[in-house]
Design a protein around this ligand. Structure first.
Ligand code: NB4
Ligand code: NI
Length: 191
């Protein structure tokens, strides 16, 4: 099981590397890591388990955050509707790539946090509002998917980790609450 002890923090060189493309089929070791990453997210969103194992809640995690410099991310975004048990978007994405995106941008009203950053960094993080991504799943099947708003923001935050980019790199250092044209603000209470 992965815990916060497995998560490397700001300053660790792996977080600034461009992660390696993965070759398919995955090895058993890679598949086990994929399972553990998704399990970490699900556990972290369960209040009892999160407290028991001292997990910070997460909706996404990238392999470089557990010091594995490979292009693999896990995402677990629950539905906004509390009646709905199926997540809005959940899975392991191997070699994810943004193939197109909207001109319009969006950002979370409360800014972003990161499991690898033990401090609050205020400021808007502009993201594409809509993206089309290509990726492979654990079985090696290729997927082509459109995402918008919150799930799109999560996937962009995770793909940034594969490229050695941290969320605060995207905050305007002069004016953290400055918003460029064509950016809308997504209430954090929408999740
Ligand atoms: C990745 C996210 C930061 C901004 C916005 C938010 C949380 C993370 C980091 C975009 C992607 C992890 C990976 C949350 C969270 C809303 C949904 C459902 C019920 C609790 C959960 C809390 F946990 N960020 N954490 N940060 N990262 N929303 N939610 N809620 O996930 O560093 O690279 O369970
Ligand atoms: Ni992060």
């Amino acid at each position: 099981m992965l815990t916060m002890e497995d998560v490397i923090r700001e300053g660790h060189p792996t977080l600034r590397k461009v992660a390696d493309e993965m070759t398919l089929p995955l090895t058993n070791e890679e598949k086990e890591l994929a399972d553990k990453m998704l399990e970490f997210l699900i556990n972290s969103q369960d209040p009892e388990l999160a407290e028991k194992y001292e997990l910070r809640p997460g909706v996404g995690i990238a392999a470089p955050q557990v010091n594995v410099s490979k292009r693999m991310i896990a995402v677990h975004v629950p539905s906004e509707d509390p009646e709905e048990t199926d997540p809005e978007f959940s899975g392991i994405l191997i070699n994810p790539k943004i193939i197109s995106h909207s001109v319009q941008q969006t950002c979370l009203s409360e800014g972003e946090g990161c499991l690898s950053v033990d401090r609050e960094v205020p400021g808007y993080v502009p993201r594409h509002k809509r993206i089309r991504i290509k990726y492979f799943d654990i079985e090696g099947n290729e997927h082509n998917k459109r995402l918008k708003d919150f799930p799109a923001i999560v996937v962009q935050h995770e793909i940034d980790h594969l490229n050695g980019v941290m969320f605060f790199d995207r905050i305007d250092p002069e004016n953290p609450l400055a918003l460029p044209d064509d950016v809308d603000i997504l209430g954090s209470d929408t999740q």
